[in-house]
Every structure is written in C-alpha cells, then in structure tokens.
Design a protein around this ligand. Structure first.
Ligand SMILES: *[C@@H]1O[C@H](CO)[C@@H](O)[C@H](O)[C@H]1NC(C)=O
Ligand SMILES: *[C@@H]1O[C@H](CO)[C@@H](O)[C@H](O)[C@H]1NC(C)=O
Ligand SMILES: *[C@@H]1O[C@H](CO)[C@@H](O)[C@H](O)[C@H]1NC(C)=O
Length: 349
C-alpha cells in the first residue's frame, strides 16, 4: 500500500538535511569543551546544503583556470551560443554560491567523477524534457569525460545513451518537449533516477496540469512501485523551468535581484516567458498534492538561472539557450542530490 506519510517524511528529511540533525545530536553540548568539539566536527565534515539552502545565493566569480571545463563537440548548437568562446584561452567563470556556504557544503565548480561514479554504480539516470534538459545531459556527459559526437543529422527528438563511469552506469538524454514518452523510456531502460522537465514549450495551464496529472504522474507512480518490488532505491526529480531573458545581449554579468529580472520578463512578454513562474508553482503544487507519488525532489533552477541573463549567446533572437561550457549548474545539483540521497540512505519499510 502506498503511504503518504513516507513521502512527507522523505521530503521533510531532505528539507531539513538529515546529516545536520545527526550532527547536532552527536554534538549536543555535554560539557564546557563541547563548543570546540562542534567547531572541529564542523570543519571536518560540513553538512550538505539542503535544497532550500541551495537556492538562496548569488553568482560570484571563481578562480582562473588553465582551460575550459570542456569543449562542446562540433554540431552541439550551444557552441554557437557562447560569446567569444575560445577553447584555448584561460578560463574564469561565475559560480553559484549559496548564502549559507560557510555553514553548508555545495560543490559548485566541477564534478568529481570518482565521487559521482561511487554514487551511481550500476545505476541508470534519465534526463528527459526540452532542449535545456538535453543540455543538462550534454553538460554531465562532458563533465564525466564521455561526450559523444552527434550524428551529422540530429533528429528532432534525439535519444542518446552514454555509458559513464567506465561503463558501469548509464546516462540517458531524451529530448521530449511535452513529455509524451515517459512510459516508453521507463519500459526500455528501467531507470534508477528520472529527471524531468516540461515548460519552455508553452501550453496552457490546463493542458500542462492535465497532461502531468493524467499521464506523467501515473507513469512515475508505476515506476516507483516497480522500484519497490525490485528493491531499487529510485528517485524522481522535477526540474523547474527558467524563462528566457528579454534584451539578453545587453547583459555582461549575472543579475543580483530575482525581482528585477522578473520585472523585465513581465513587462516585455514574449514566448510566454512571463507565465513560467506561475506554471512552476502549479506543477510543484500538483506534485505535492498527488496521492500517487511516493517521493519527489525539486531541482529548482528558476531562482538560480533567472539571474543569468548574461549566459546567452550573441544572437539576440536566442535569449533562452545558454552557453554550454558555462552552464553546468544542473549537473552540479544532480551530484548534490545524489550525495543527499546517499546520506539519507535507501527508504525502508
Ligand atoms: C576507470 O578505470 C580506470 C582504469 O581502470 C581507473 O583508473 C579509473 O579510476 C576508473 N574511473 C572510475 C570513475 O571508476
Ligand atoms: C551490478 O548489477 C549486476 C547485475 O544487475 C550485478 O551482478 C552486480 O553485482 C552489480 N554490481 C554492483 C557493484 O552493485
Ligand atoms: C489528478 O488526478 C487525480 C486522479 O488520479 C484526481 O483525483 C485529481 O483531481 C486530479 N487533479 C487535478 C488537478 O486534475
């Protein structure tokens, strides 16, 4: 039987950061030296940022490096969306820094592939949705060192399977603007992690919610049931949608105020970008009310990448897609989720 309390419990734990609770219990003051002990523990093993802590932050300039994190393969369109990208030049980039970064841990500038691979051993991760989701997939394959050159003719809705971590695990990218093929991908690949998004290809609120509620959520719920039967520790992630940035070519650095960006988006409506904030909220509300789902996680790109009007290319008619080697935040958050899940341990009961 499905239990709503399990879902609430796992959300609660993710929200609070179970490691934080454990650490607090461990270091509960007992004597006068407890303060020093707490500080020591804190520097030795800082707790991971909760997802709530993670989204509160700002973009800060990182250290200079010898080279870019990777070079997009020819044909990956995002190569064209970078302003003055020079593969041989030194590299300096903005890094997402949570407000609480002195108190909690978030790896914001690279993927440690040994760490990543230790967390996904034998697992299959699916990233499915629009072209931004496909970029998330491409970014991860590059950061894990397994880019696959696209075929000369890229199909409109490509499916790409990458063996990662010395072939022990799989990363699957599926372009599927309106999430019509969630059932097919589950049947074909039996994933352990599903990261979905629908949003930038606008449909009305009613259509969006109706489709998610009557098709996508039931597929995910069936998959979650199968995972329980197969004793697999599966996780469902919904990535929120980030609107494009009107007048993007005028920005040369990240913005600091979400409100300011929202005002620009609201006062220059195009491509329904002004409606995406409301749709994100509708979807989150639907997911949290659903009695079918046993678990879900939100990869909330909105408050982070709404601050990146500078991340688009020189072409002013594409203020939605981002410069691929500069936009890896969803990959970093994917690793962060894997770390949070491994701390929580598989659900029991
Ligand atoms: C992959 O295999 C190589 C050679 O066996 C090894 O050095 C490396 O650590 C492995 N990488 C991962 C992520 O398992
Ligand atoms: C991976 O899965 C295979 C078959 O499903 C199993 O034989 C193997 O022991 C697993 N390896 C690890 C490290 O879990
Ligand atoms: C979603 O579907 C359930 C049935 O599974 C139904 O009870 C509920 O009213 C639907 N919600 C919306 C917002 O359509």
């Amino acid at each position: 039987m499905r239990s709503r309390s399990i879902k609430i419990a796992s959300l609660f734990l993710l929200g609070m950061g179970i490691s934080e609770i454990i650490l607090r219990l461990k270091s509960a003051p007992q004597d006068a030296t407890s303060t020093t002990r707490e500080v020591q523990e804190d520097t030795e093993k800082r707790t991971l940022c909760t997802m709530e802590q993670l989204v509160q932050g700002k973009w800060t300039m990182g250290a200079e490096k010898y080279k870019p994190p990777y070079i997009p393969t020819p044909g990956e369109r995002q190569q064209k969306t970078c302003r003055g990208f020079d593969p041989s030049a030194r590299w300096q980039d903005w890094e997402w820094t949570p407000e609480d970064h002195s108190r909690c841990d978030f790896l914001n500038s690279d993927i440690d592939s040994n760490l990543f691979c230790s967390l996904v051993r034998n697992k299959t991760i699916v990233i499915q949705g629009d072209s931004i989701s496909f970029d998330h997939f491409l970014s991860l394959t590059h950061l894990l060192g397994v880019p696959v050159a696209p075929p000369a003719r890229v199909p409109k809705d490509p499916l790409r399977v990458s063996k990662i971590c010395n072939g022990t695990s799989m990363l699957i990218g599926k372009k599927d603007f309106h999430l019509q093929q969630v059932g097919r991908i589950i049947n074909e690949f039996h994933p352990d992690v599903m990261i979905l998004n629908q949003g930038a290809h606008y449909v009305s609120d009613e259509q969006l919610i109706q489709h998610l509620n009557s098709t996508v959520i039931p597929h995910i719920a069936n998959w979650q049931d199968e995972c329980v039967l197969e004793k697999k520790d599966c996780h469902f992630v919904w990535r929120s949608t980030v609107p494009g940035h009107p007048y993007c070519t005028q920005f040369t650095k990240p913005a600091e105020s979400v409100e300011e960006m929202e005002t620009i988006i609201a006062t220059s409506p195009q491509y329904n970008w002004d409606k995406l904030k409301g749709q994100n909220e509708l979807v989150m509300d639907l997911l949290s009310r659903s009695s079918l789902l046993t678990e879900f996680n939100i990869l909330d790109g909105y408050p982070i990448n709404i601050l990146r009007p500078d991340l688009h290319g020189p072409k002013k008619n594409d203020c939605l897609h981002t410069c691929l080697p500069r936009d890896n935040i969803y990959s970093f958050i994917t690793l962060h989720l894997l770390r949070l899940w491994s701390e929580c341990g598989p659900e029991t009961g």
